[in-house]
Design a protein around this ligand. Structure first.
Ligand code: FAD
Length: 328
């Protein structure tokens, strides 16, 4: 039997995980939250044999001890030997410990699931998305954390679901979430759902044709474009590493923005690289970008060597100023 674990706040990843669970045949859903009925109703038509739940105000917060105890109670009550969950930060934190406690195994970053006669077969990448493998395991319970995009999200009409509440013992919480500090959506420049990835390279911080550095203009042009186009912002390694060397940098860039072999491998339909040379360790992070364009002064840069669909040999300061005017 398969158990799909979900927190009561549903997201696109939850509905993709529902679709993945449906591919494995019969399955139960295990809900965790302060109040789960509305969530259960939203999933009433998902085809689960049973909807189990643990419900307590303590489960409203992300906390290892309560999330692991909640999942443990649901795994026991369902008798499941294959346990799926979306790879959210909460499940990624709680389930490896539970798998260890239960004497089972866990695999993370599962990108596809198939139902085979001997049990599920999971696909995942190794070596930073260079090798894709499929794997099955004899060990049970087997926990699988599913990456976004694992399946086409399930959708169905809400109904009235019968929920079986499962009792759960959990230790008195020693940590309490007092609040969440997060960037406002305008300050948040990493947008996984964006249509376009805009990459800024180290050229933005280099001396330009007048012999001067124009950091203020660079910041204004980059942020202006990213905000107007609702694009996601990425960076080369050189640019984010500059801060560690005490050099003048673009203040809004962090290592989280780095795209490449030692950075992220984002998935966007289109990408535009600016002031970035297009070296292999960077471009390898563009593996899943559909259409690639670059702006570089150098007609012989890496992008020109088959790495971009279109290379504009031009000054990115001038091009982006014009583009921003057109957008504005
Ligand atoms: C093991 C290893 C792992 C690595 N991992 C990564 C990684 O994950 N991600 C990554 O990015 N790099 C990675 N690198 C580094 C990578 O090899 C490059 O050094 C880096 O990507 C270069 O960054 P850049 O293109 O921004 O800078 P530069 O190489 O300095 O290029 C700047 C470019 O800006 C252009 N330019 C300047 N002014 C303008 C202008 N006004 N208009 C248009 N163009 C202009 C220049 O022509 C130049 O091509 C890795 C390297 C190693 C050895």
């Amino acid at each position: 039997m398969t158990l799909l674990l979900l927190h009561s706040e549903l997201s696109k990843a939850s509905f993709e995980a529902v679709a993945a669970a449906r591919q494995l045949g019969s399955f139960c859903i295990g809900l965790v939250g302060a109040d789960v009925q509305e969530t259960a109703n939203a999933l009433a038509g998902a085809g689960a044999e049973q909807i189990l739940a643990v419900q307590d105000p303590a489960f409203a917060q992300s906390r290892y001890s309560t999330d692991a105890a909640a999942a443990e109670a649901l795994v026991k009550a369902s008798g499941a030997d294959v346990i799926l969950a979306p790879m959210t930060s909460r499940w990624a934190r709680a389930l490896p410990g539970l798998a260890q406690r239960a004497g089972g195994r866990i695999d993370t970053h599962v990108v596809a699931l198939q139902n085979e006669p001997n049990g599920p077969v999971a696909s995942r990448w190794y070596y930073r998305q260079r090798i894709e493998t499929t794997l099955s395991r004899a060990a049970r319970p087997w926990f699988l954390l599913l990456d976004g995009g694992v399946a086409q999200a399930w959708s169905g009409t809400p109904g009235t679901a019968a929920v079986k509440l499962v009792p759960v013992d959990f230790p008195a919480p020693r940590t309490e979430v007092l609040g969440i500090e997060e960037l406002s959506s305008d300050q948040q420049t990493i947008r996984p759902e964006a249509q376009l990835l805009f990459v800024a390279g180290a050229g933005w911080t280099k001396k330009q044709k007048d012999g001067q550095i124009h950091l203020g203009d660079a910041e204004r042009l980059i942020l202006g474009f990213v905000s107007q186009a609702r694009a996601s912002l990425g960076s080369s390694k050189s640019l984010v590493d500059l801060s560690g060397e005490g050099e003048k940098v673009l203040s809004f860039l962090t290592h989280m923005h780095q795209v490449g072999q030692t950075g992220a491998t984002p998935r966007h339909p289109k990408g535009l690289a600016t002031c970035c040379h297009g070296e292999e360790p960077h471009v390898v992070g563009w593996r899943f970008i559909g259409e690639r364009r670059a702006i570089n002064l150098d007609p012989n840069c890496g992008w020109a060597r088959g790495k971009a669909d279109v290379l504009y040999v031009a000054d990115a300061f001038e091009v982006m100023a014009k583009v921003n005017t057109l957008l504005g």
